[in-house]
Structures are given as C-alpha cells and as structure tokens.
Design a protein around this ligand. Structure first.
Ligand SMILES: *Cc1c(COP(=O)(O)O)cnc(C)c1O
Length: 385
C-alpha cells in the first residue's frame, strides 16, 4: 500500500486499463463458459443490497425474508412446496452443503463414521473438494455408452458406508441428464441420501419440459431426491455469486447447524459466515422480472442456437459427441486432434474449452452467443480444413 492517499480518478483509470485484459461476453467469443453477462436489472438490484449480511439475519430481516422467498420459488420450480435451503456463492458451495448434510445425517441416524459418496465420472470437480473437506471416500459409478450413469454399476457400488448418491441434471461437459428417476427409486429403497446437481440445468429443464421438450423428470416430484443444486448465476442470469441449495426437509439443515454465539440467531447451517444478501435480492428480482415465460423464451433461444450449431457442424464434416439435450455441443473433427483444433481456434480469437470425458471441443451456448457469432465460428471451422 502507498503511504499517501491516491486520487479517485487515477485509481479508476488504472483499474480500467487492467480490466481491458478481461474477456467481454458481449463479443460472443467466450464459447466454453457456463456463466454469462448478468441481466442489467439484476445488477441494478444487486448494488442496492451490497451492505446486507445474511450471516446475521436478525439485523437484516427484510433481506432474510427475500432469501426465504427465493428458496421457496426455486423449490416450487423444482416441484417442492416447502423448500429449505440457501442462496450461496455457487454450485460448488451448494454441492458441499448437500454432501455435508448427507454425511451428518448418516452419522447421526446410521452411525456411519467413514462414509462414501457415489458419483459418476461426469460429476463436477466440486465433489472432489467436498469429499476431501468432509473426509469421505469417492466411489465411482460408471457411465454407459451415452455418457450417463450406468444404473447397474451404481447398484454394484452401494455399500453400508454409502452416505450419498449424486446424479447430474445437465452435466458440465456435455449437458446430459442422468437417469434420475431410476436412481431416485434405488436411493429411496435403500434409504440413501440422493443429491441432484442441476447447477447448470436447473434454470432451463423445468421450462423446456413444460414447453414439450422431451427431457426426463429430475426434481423433487421423485420421492428419493433429498436436495438439488441450482445456479442462478449460470442459466438464471443473476450476477455472480449466486448458487442455490434446496433441501426437501429442514432436518438436513438441522444436522449441519452449529452454535453462533455472538449473532442474532442461535445457530448457523451455512458454510460461509458473513454472506451476501445482494445475491438473494438480485436473484429474486430477476426471477420476478422474467417469470416462467421469460425463462422459457431464453432457454428456447439457446436451444435453437444449439441445434443450429450441431446441424451445421455435421454439414461441414465435424462429428458431434452426442445429440445435445441442453445447450452444450461437443465435437471433434476426424482428421485433427482435439487440442490442435482448440489451438487453431484460440489463434483465431475464440475462447474454447476442451472436455475431458470424452476429449472434445465443448461449446456452451449461453445467452451472449448469438447466431451471428455462430455463423462466424462455422466459417472459421470450415476454413481450418
Ligand atoms: C458449474 C457447475 C458446478 C459448480 O458451480 P460453481 O458455481 O462454478 O461453483 C457444479 N456442478 C455442475 C453440474 C456445474 O455445471
């Protein structure tokens, strides 16, 4: 730090210069991100709530009631009338909370002290962090030839140490939905906690299903589902940080509660202490502003671009890994190694991402990618050969 105070304008000029190094969603060149530019209205609301702290909800009763309302309406979007949970920093924190709830619940009611969680190979890496922090062993369920959980292999790895099963509604790499209905039944019969990670798909699948898209049921209408992660800061167009963790029962929060002596409430179940109320307020505002109709339109627009891209890639000789279920297209070219193709695209100014399972170029068709950008991209992809 400098000894003397610095002039505001000089600071702003310096920061602006540095900020130029960042990529800008509006240019349509960011192809692999699951985040996008937040809606201007959500940003406006966010700024109004910057000083609120949900870590001490007795002081911020208004903002706390907003968080409760958001949790309730996300719950309703997921077929749950009385939802419990929190707006947290993102899918990672939401997943850690779910696994912590599952572990503590199994410890309390089943006496399991050296637990295991079953996750597929396609699971987000946040579960590795969760297992590490919570001292749980990861047991992997295999994927079938369509890159979804192989239910038989999942059955094989269930043991009396299993504290949670995880399935995904909208995988990070391919946007696929696991056979959640079947897994829910298995979890229910075996009395095992079942968490669905819909960080990515949670804000599109419900609306697309209502509009008649052929997508499987994945939510609390299935008896076995105990919690769901949904990220407002991905498909919900809320500003970062905004993740959602929704629990079916209050007891899952209770088993995580610790005493919080100096605060206005007696216990706290979240991982984070001092935490943003702005995320809840902005998420509340954007959900009201869009309504189901708005989100459906948004999701449909992204799905149209997804199909446009997939069809045109095939026409120019590329091979797509799977027919897209949500707004992600993964592809390769039979005559070029994936990493080389990624490098060539980077040289042409595209920000691409390469998936690991399987190795492929992966494009997430978020709201900032318009059809005109895709036309440019397809032109470049054609010219590479
Ligand atoms: C993005 C994502 C996460 C992690 O969310 P963050 O907000 O980046 O912490 C978890 N699970 C899935 C399926 C995701 O797509």
């Amino acid at each position: 730090m400098d000894d003397k105070p610095m002039d505001k304008q000089d600071i702003l000029d310096e920061l602006e210069e540095i900020h130029k190094l960042d990529s800008d969603y509006a240019e349509g060149r960011i192809l692999g991100s699951m985040c996008t530019e937040a809606h201007p209205f959500a940003k406006e609301v966010y700024c109004k709530f910057l000083d609120t702290n949900l870590g001490d909800p007795g002081l911020f009763k208004g903002t706390k009631s907003i968080e409760n309302k958001v949790v309730k309406s996300i719950g309703e979007m997921l077929s749950l009338d009385n939802a419990y949970g929190n707006i947290v920093t993102g899918g990672t924190e939401a997943n850690i909370m779910a696994i912590r709830a599952a572990r503590n619940h199994a410890r309390k009611y089943k006496g399991i002290t050296d637990g295991e969680i079953i996750i597929p190979d396609s699971a987000h890496f946040s579960f590795k962090k969760a297992a590490d922090m919570l001292n749980l062993k990861i047991v992997e369920a295999k994927l079938d030839e369509n890159y979804k959980i192989d239910v038989e292999s999942l059955k094989d790895v269930i043991s009396d140490k299993t504290v949670a099963i995880v399935a995904i509604a909208g995988t990070t790499e391919l946007g696929l939905i696991d056979p959640i209905e079947e897994i829910s039944e298995i979890a229910f019969e075996n009395n095992i906690y079942f968490h669905v990670d819909a960080a990515f798909g949670g804000f599109s699948i419900p609306f697309l299903r209502q509009a008649g898209y052929d997508l499987p049921v994945f939510d609390f209408s299935l008896d076995g589902v105990c919690s769901i992660t949904v990220d407002p800061h991905k498909m919900g167009l809320a500003p970062i940080p905004a993740g959602g963790i929704i629990f079916r029962k209050e007891e899952y929060l209770d088993v995580m509660a610790v005493d919080s002596p100096y605060l206005t409430v007696k216990t706290q179940s979240t991982i984070v202490g001092t935490r943003l109320g702005a995320s809840s307020a902005a998420t509340y505002a954007i959900m009201k502003y869009f309504g189901k109709e708005g989100y459906l339109k948004l999701a449909q627009g992204m799905m149209n671009n997804t199909h446009f891209l997939a069809e045109n890639l095939k026409k120019i000789g590329y091979e797509i890994i799977c027919e897209p279920e949500l707004n992600i297209v993964a592809f390769n070219h039979p005559n070029m190694e994936t990493n080389e193709l990624a490098l060539k695209l980077e040289e042409l100014g595209w920000k691409v991402s390469v998936s690991k399972c399987p190795i492929a170029i992966r494009i997430v068709l978020m709201n900032h990618i318009k059809k005109s950008h895709l036309e440019e991209l397809l032109e470049d992809l054609k010219e590479i050969f």
